[in-house]
Design a protein around this ligand. Structure first.
Ligand SMILES: *[C@@H]1O[C@H](CO)[C@@H](O)[C@H](O)[C@H]1NC(C)=O
Ligand SMILES: *[C@@H]1O[C@H](CO)[C@@H](O)[C@H](O)[C@H]1NC(C)=O
Length: 247
């Protein structure tokens, strides 16, 4: 009887929890956001960064954490000069939040919240994340499998299978609700063994809600709003100062 209950529990667990790697060592977790979904889901829309460099028409890094690193947290303050010249930083770790900004606050936050305790030096931390992203190259892999940001509906399992086949690990998929009220592809999370970079299924998997089929919304550069509205408001003599300050 006891063993039967144990077996049922075991079966229940197997069914309820997604496949996760049986790995307890130190690993990376990279979060990649699809900008087309971001532009759709927020009322404010998305804005062109003020860096003067166009962000890529691709997935952007929104987070990079190193878990289970046995390390002391560094006290080194964020220093933009260490990373600003890293190839791909402005294109692939872009902040398209409105009002338009130069990305500095998101890099600073990443360093403060995750980088400091990653065991990596500042430059290495950002470089490692960018290198992982470029190895993953998710948009190209998806396109090769016929999964494109064309407003089409795609199976979540199919998206996972693309990566399972190519890198032997499936991403966690986070959806958001777009303007049409449908679930859409918002973020992909990938994990990799810290020592050797081998991709693995993420050892801990929060449950994200998606429908079986999700929308892959387009992303075009014209969707990124420019700053005119802000300046128009600032210089409009009819606009009460307090309102203008708010923007
Ligand atoms: C860290 O490793 C331990 C086992 O050594 C594991 O139980 C734990 O879930 C890991 N933490 C994370 C965040 O993966
Ligand atoms: C990378 O590390 C993991 C965990 O230690 C190990 O299972 C895997 O075989 C390693 N892969 C390579 C290519 O060394």
């Amino acid at each position: 009887m006891a063993s039967r209950i144990a077996l049922l529990c075991l079966l229940g667990l197997v069914v309820a929890s997604p496949a996760v790697a049986d790995y307890s060592g130190s690993y990376y977790k990279l979060s990649l956001m699809w900008p087309g979904a971001y532009c759709e889901q927020t009322k404010a829309g998305c804005c062109k960064p003020t860096t003067g460099v166009s962000p890529a028409r691709d997935f952007y890094i929104t987070g990079f954490a190193v878990y289970n690193a046995t390390t002391q947290c560094s006290n080194a303050p964020f220093d933009i000069n260490e990373i600003i010249d890293l190839p791909g930083l402005l294109q692939y770790w872009s902040n398209i939040k409105c009002p338009g900004n130069d990305g500095r606050s998101s890099w600073k936050k990443a360093w403060k919240n995750s980088g400091r305790c990653s065991g990596l030096e500042q430059k290495d931390y950002f470089e490692t994340a960018l290198a992982l992203r470029s190895r993953l190259n998710p948009l190209v892999r998806l396109k090769h499998a016929g999964i494109e940001p064309d407003m089409g509906m795609y199976s979540v399992e199919e998206i996972k299978r693309v990566f399972q086949t190519e890198i032997d690990a499936a991403p966690l998929i986070q959806c958001s609700k777009g303007s049409l009220g449908k679930f859409q592809l918002f973020q992909l999370y990938f994990c990799a063994v810290a020592e050797n970079g081998t991709f693995i299924d993420c050892p801990t998997a929060p449950a994200y809600t998606c429908s079986d089929e999700i929308l892959f919304p387009p992303f075009e550069k014209w969707m990124l709003k420019q700053q005119q509205i802000k300046y128009a408001a600032l210089y409009d003599p009819m606009m009460p100062a307090a309102v203008a300050m708010d923007h």
